[in-house]
Design a protein around this ligand. Structure first.
Ligand code: SF4
Length: 301
């Protein structure tokens, strides 16, 4: 393996790593695990298998919604993504204590959607998000399942332009795509002669918007970028694409073993960054693994 130019630095992006909502959910889980030794969690607390393994080793037991329905007289953690009202109803019926780590930003969005939904029964609630995503399921639940999920511009045909309509976004969506959707919907309602019926609100999380700008700048500063993230993370995919556009020499890795399989880095500097669900310790281990690999390579060379 030949390195064209010796690597002189490997830098971790200090703005990468967990957002406030994920930090709070993990801290809450850790506190209960230290006290009780075991705790159920409804779905993965974070879309990162390495971090989930660390929490599993501490005693965290991830359950599905089916398993949740069978539980009685116990305690269950709700992660930052939040849950629909149905989950709280089941908990009450089954004497399950909810440890609620729903992110404050998501909670506020849930309450706002509920308010708009209850204010006017004829109002059409649109949610720009990923179908089946945990946060989106929680948001849809605020409309008793009557809201409509819009995943892309292709879904515009589903919309009734004769009803008052309010558009929201899942907190981790791409801001540029959201703006394009707003623009397309304004045109759609205007074409139907009902422009005044359409309203929208900006509900993308600021930490996601800011992270996108910071990571774009970070990626363009280095010769190569290693982006560390779980494959299931929608925020991970979004930020990875921003890095790749800013720096074509960007590589997506999920596990540390993949670092050894990457093409030999070409350049003087490598930046390591990740999603809002990537733990800082994993990026540090990625850096250690890469440093080790480069030392070995240089020895062979
Ligand atoms: S991305 Fe924003 S809304 Fe989502 S969990 Fe993190 S802080 Fe909360």
């Amino acid at each position: 393996m030949i390195i064209n130019k010796p690597i002189t630095e490997i830098i971790i992006d200090q703005n990468s790593g967990f957002c406030a909502g994920v930090i709070n959910a993990i801290r809450t889980a850790e506190e209960w695990l230290k006290r009780e030794g075991t705790l159920y969690c409804l779905g993965d607390i974070v879309h990162n298998s390495e971090e989930m393994q660390r929490l599993a080793d501490m005693g965290l037991r991830v359950i599905t919604h089916e398993e949740f329905r069978q539980l009685r007289h116990t305690r269950v953690l709700i992660r930052a993504h939040g849950e629909p009202p149905e989950t709280y109803r089941i908990a009450q019926e089954n004497d399950i204590e909810i440890i609620d780590a729903t992110c404050k930003v998501v909670l506020h969005l849930q309450h706002t959607i509920r308010q708009y939904f209850e204010e006017d029964e004829n109002r059409q609630i649109l949610i720009f998000g990923k179908q089946g995503h945990a946060e989106v399921i929680g948001l849809l639940g605020q409309t008793d399942g009557k809201g409509t999920v819009i995943t892309s511009l292709d879904d515009i045909g589903k919309i009734d332009t004769s009803r008052p309509t309010m558009l929201f976004s899942q907190t981790t969506q791409n801001i540029d795509e959201y703006r394009r959707l707003i623009h397309a919907l304004e045109e759609e309602f205007a074409a139907a002669g009902h422009r005044q019926l359409f309203s929208h609100t900006d509900t993308i999380c600021l930490s996601v918007v800011n992270r996108a700008k910071q990571i774009q700048e970070f990626a363009s500063h280095y010769d190569a970028i290693i982006f560390v993230s779980g494959e299931k993370s929608s925020n991970g995919l979004y930020l990875y694409n921003i890095c790749k556009n800013a720096n074509p020499n960007t590589f997506f890795v999920t596990t540390l073993d993949q670092i050894d399989q990457l093409p030999a880095p070409n350049g003087k500097s490598i930046g390591i960054c990740g999603a809002t669900s990537t733990p800082m310790w994993l990026m540090q281990e990625a850096k250690d693994r890469l440093s080790k690999r480069l030392q070995i390579t240089e020895t062979i060379k």
